[in-house]
Design a protein around this ligand. Structure first.
Ligand code: BDP
Length: 716
């Protein structure tokens, strides 16, 4: 009897885990196509596959397509090495069938592009996935799988695609002790202590997910880095990861600590013009390439937030970057030098500092250096105007840095689809070369004719079973990859694609979930930082509101520095009568941002200081408008909950319930943000909430006294 019970329990447990929808599979879900007619059609169109494999990369592509087809079609497709196969995959070199079917100039000439084309021969449908080389084939395979997962027609495919940006990279802010700076999805993916010996399947799944959306590089360690990652034991570990990622077309990069020659090399200085320092980096770089022959290069955070850098020795960013670039150049490596620099010793508006330091260096960097610029002028806030350096350094390749991890957008408890935010920056017009000089044009290298192009996303990935903490946070990893591939894709189209792959192809659900996603970021801006407010979160851990933060050790780490609320009004005057940060933009933009009548209201208090009673476009006073935004934001989360409830039964119960619970947290946190911020600002404006608004639950003191221990994302 005893044994029977144990057996029963064990069985129940196993049953439960094998059927739970954990989100582990991300968007690579290959369950059988639900629509029976479509399933029948696909089965009749894809009966057999011809894919001759001559490389490890082609091998993983073949494995993936077979896995996908067997799952999606619910039956095994047969392998057929002849031209009678219905799906033919490869390059003209690897496949004589492709060579005979596709004319060479139909295939994109780029190293990563692909062609997917339907042919009808003797009333027989055939589909070809081909490229100039295996990398393009791999991307073509993933795209074809995406077409099936989203139930697209295969009848007349003629899809020829190449990525717009060459280096599409994730930045992991992972520490060697397993913590992740600003990570809200568990601990680091990299189990350094078990590497190089142990490389779990999860690393391969990470590579699959990245390759499926075109990500081709990953920086493994935090920008606030430990020099140890450049030592041999850690290089061996990095090499083991590189080996797993290589067949998926992913290069590894490392954040390099600028003072490593002192810490590891025992030198007295890290001065970039010192011959011994230069030699140390040359030797170190050589050593890295011995272990990782296709190493991508270095990411550097220097002279920012206390990190060492060339300015410690009276040198500039170009001196520092060029020294590393020279060491990497013989191996084809690149330097990504971050423009996220600020220092409270510099008595100017923090928003201006990067431009002030970097603009004069335009044209002074080596060819293999990119300047990596955050999307906004300050720091990954829920909303910022685009960084003024975009378009301002035409002689230097500049790259974008987005933050996927939701440090300032509600951690992993708030549903925030960031595709709309990425697009907002990409489509901003810098006017650097007249109308149409969008940030996307700058980043793609088209505007200033740069061959070296790149983009970085600060990863939101960790050890959580669903990778990203919040099931919807996966959409930001996905959207980042898709937009890095082509910034012209629309946020809406990417959201729809992701929902189809992740949840369902049901039309009603698609429309409802898409609406939630598309409105989500604006909703967060409304209940956190409407009308151009910024940097008013709690100190250090950044969890929750903290507009009252002052005395933080340095002025530019306080909230009061950014909102400047007092009895008269609120906002940071960045016009000519203030810090004049507007002058860093090109004249058309500077004029628009600098004029209180023309500035888009979403940036109002970023650039202007207004009186509480000033009238805005809506006819509302500034105070009433602020109140309206905060209340609209919280109300919108309530509506999200209602819409989500309607999804019950349309998607699996596991993920439905998980999101429902998280939305509940989000709703209460939205109200927390709303009430705390409005009560605080009200202590200056002395104005009442207009009639009809529900009163805050607590008084200001209550919110100011909230304390949180062990908030994730920082070293507690
Ligand atoms: C800030 C983060 C900090 C990062 C910094 C950076 O709070 O943890 O180190 O950005 O990007 O937003 O270097």
């Amino acid at each position: 009897m005893k044994y029977r019970i144990i057996f029963f329990l064990a069985f129940a447990f196993v049953t439960e885990i094998s059927f739970a929808e954990t989100g582990y599979r991300l968007w690579l879900r290959y369950d059988r196509i639900e629509n029976p007619d479509l399933l029948e059609k696909y089965r009749s169109q894809i009966k057999s596959i011809n894919f001759e494999v001559k490389s490890e990369m082609a091998g993983v592509a073949k494995k993936e397509i077979l896995l996908a087809l067997n799952g999606l079609l619910g039956k095994k497709v047969t392998l057929d090495a002849t031209n009678l196969a219905s799906l033919i995959i490869g390059t003209p070199e690897s496949s004589s069938v492709i060579k005979a079917m596709v004319t060479a100039n139909e295939i994109p000439n780029s190293p990563e592009g692909f062609l997917i084309k339907t042919f009808i021969t003797n009333s027989q449908l055939k589909i070809v996935i081909c490229a100039k080389n295996d990398k393009g084939v791999l991307y073509g395979v993933y795209h074809f799988i995406r077409l099936l997962q989203s139930n697209s027609s295969l009848d007349k495919l003629n899809n020829n695609q190449s990525p717009t940006i060459k280096n599409r990279i994730l930045n992991h802010w992972d520490n060697l002790d397993g913590t992740v700076e600003r990570g809200y999805a568990g601990s680091s993916l990299w189990e350094w202590h078990k590497l190089p010996g142990f490389t779990p399947t999860r690393y391969t799944d990470y590579a699959r997910a990245n390759a499926s959306i075109g990500i081709n590089g990953t920086v493994l360690n935090n920008v606030n880095t430990n020099a140890l990652s450049l030592t041999v034991p850690y290089l061996l570990k990095t090499a083991a990861l590189a080996k797993v990622f290589r067949p998926y077309g992913i290069k590894v990069y490392l954040s390099a600590r600028f003072s490593a020659p002192i810490e590891l090399g025992g030198l007295k200085t890290a001065d970039p013009l010192d011959p011994q320092v230069k030699q140390w980096w040359i030797d170190k770089t050589k050593e890295i390439y011995q272990y990782i022959p296709d190493f991508g290069g270095f990411l550097v955070k220097a002279n920012s937030e206390g990190q060492p850098g060339p300015q410690n020795y009276g040198r500039n960013h170009a001196d520092g970057a060029n020294m590393l670039a020279d060491a990497l150049a013989p191996f084809g490596g690149i330097v990504m030098w971050r423009a996220f620099v600020y220092d409270d010793k510099v008595p100017d508006d923090r928003a201006k500092q990067a431009y002030n330091e970097f603009k004069p260096l335009d044209g002074k960097f080596r060819e293999n250096v990119l300047v990596q610029i955050k999307n906004g002028a300050i720091d990954f806030q829920p909303r910022e105007p685009f960084h003024p350096l975009f378009g301002a350094m035409p002689a230097t390749p500049v790259m974008m840095e987005f933050q996927l991890t939701q440090e300032y957008l509600g951690f992993s408890t708030h549903l925030a689809y960031l595709g709309t935010m990425f697009k907002e920056t990409f489509s901003s017009d810098t006017y650097s070369k007249g109308k149409g000089s969008t940030v996307a044009q700058v980043i793609s290298g088209k505007l200033d004719e740069h061959q070296l192009t790149a983009i970085a996303g600060v990863a939101n990935i960790g050890s959580d079973v669903n990778w990203c903490g919040h099931p919807f946070a996966q959409s930001n990893w996905y959207a980042y990859g898709r937009l890095a591939w082509n910034p012209e894709f629309s946020a809406d189209q990417i959201a729809e694609e992701w929902i189809r792959l992740t949840f369902t192809n049901d039309q009603l659900a698609l429309t409802a979930i898409n609406k939630i996603m598309m409105e989500s970021r604006e909703t967060i801006v409304n209940y956190m930082t409407p009308l151009g407010l910024h940097h008013i979160m709690a100190r250090n851990h950044h969890y929750g509101p903290g507009p009252w933060v002052k005395n933080a050790g340095r002025e530019d780490w306080t909230s009061v520095y950014y909102h400047k609320a007092d009895s008269i009004g609120i906002g940071f005057n960045r016009t000519a009568t203030g810090s004049n940060a507007v002058a860093q933009y090109f004249p058309v933009v500077a004029e628009q941002f600098g004029d209180v009548k023309q500035v888009p209201e979403k940036y109002l208090l970023w650039f202007h200081r207004l009186k509480w009673t000033d009238q805005l476009k809506s006819g509302n006073t500034l105070w009433n408008e602020l109140v309206e935004h905060y209340y609209d934001g919280a109300k919108a989360v309530d509506s999200m909950q209602v819409t989500w409830q309607g999804m019950k039964g349309k998607i699996d119960d596991d993920r439905h319930e998980e999101v429902a619970q998280l939305l509940k947290i989000q709703f209460s946190e939205a109200k927390w943000w709303r009430d705390a911020c409005l009560l605080y600002f009200q202590s200056f404006s002395k104005l009442p909430l207009p009639a009809g608004y529900e009163k805050p639950q607590h008084d200001l003191k209550y919110y100011q006294n909230l304390k949180f221990n062990f908030v994730p994302g920082i070293k507690n």
